[in-house]
Design a protein. Structure first.
Length: 131
């Protein structure tokens, strides 16, 4: 709803592009993070349906997103040259603006932009780090 809807609408095409690039250039296979992310996503949907409370589902999914970011953090820590801070900067700006534009200051309104801001900040710092 509102600002977050536009942030997601803009983010989804870029996520698909990154996903397609990863299919071509990434490594095949499932590790524990992939399995945990898929399981957590499924659990969030089940919790949401069982409790009829979207906040619980959102909270679990945000945790899953953070777990899913860990391989990227690890990769950028091991070899900062693999990441370009300029590629992460627009996402940071978008997330920060979404925080200021939030209609509700609760988990539903702020959870996603705060998590995205955190991930973008970590990736930018890791990309700028000299090894």
């Amino acid at each position: 709803k509102g600002t977050q809807t536009w942030q997601i609408i803009v983010a989804v095409p870029f996520t698909w592009i990154i996903g397609l690039i990863c299919l071509r250039r990434g490594t095949l296979g499932w590790d524990w993070v992939d399995k945990l992310s898929l399981t957590g996503s499924a659990i969030s949907i089940i919790v949401w349906m069982a409790t009829k409370n979207a906040t619980w589902g959102i909270t679990i999914v945000l945790g899953v997103i953070l777990v899913g970011a860990m391989p990227g953090f690890k990769s950028a820590w091991q070899d900062p040259s693999r990441e370009n801070w300029r590629a992460w900067f627009p996402g940071l700006i978008s997330s920060v603006l979404a925080i200021f534009a939030a209609e509700r200051y609760n988990m539903d309104g702020l959870g996603q932009p705060i998590v995205f801001t955190f991930i973008n900040i970590v990736m930018i710092f890791l990309a700028l780090r000299k090894k």
